[in-house]
Design a protein around this ligand. Sequence first.
Ligand SMILES: [Zn+2]
Length: 95
Amino acid sequence: MFMNVRNYAQGHLGSAPEWNCEGCGEPWPCPTFREIPPPGLQTATLVHLLLLMAGAAIRDLAARPDGPPPHVVLKRFAWFMELDDRHARHAMRWL
Ligand SMILES: [Zn+2]
């Protein structure tokens, strides 16, 4: 089942290498994106996509000298999982 993420995001989509929202300029995923209701059966697709984007964002952001640690980037993109630092560091093994 294909999901058009650009339509789903309603203009609130982030992209490499800055990972700020194209719509509001906030660090992505921005508060507006987080408030969009989950798309029912397509939620698993969305989660998969967000984790793929987290991997790319970690490479872009955490590699900078002043960038956040990788597990902090993962927590930002996987906010819906409510990871604590220990679990986020553990989950980094699979990205
Ligand atoms: Zn936004």
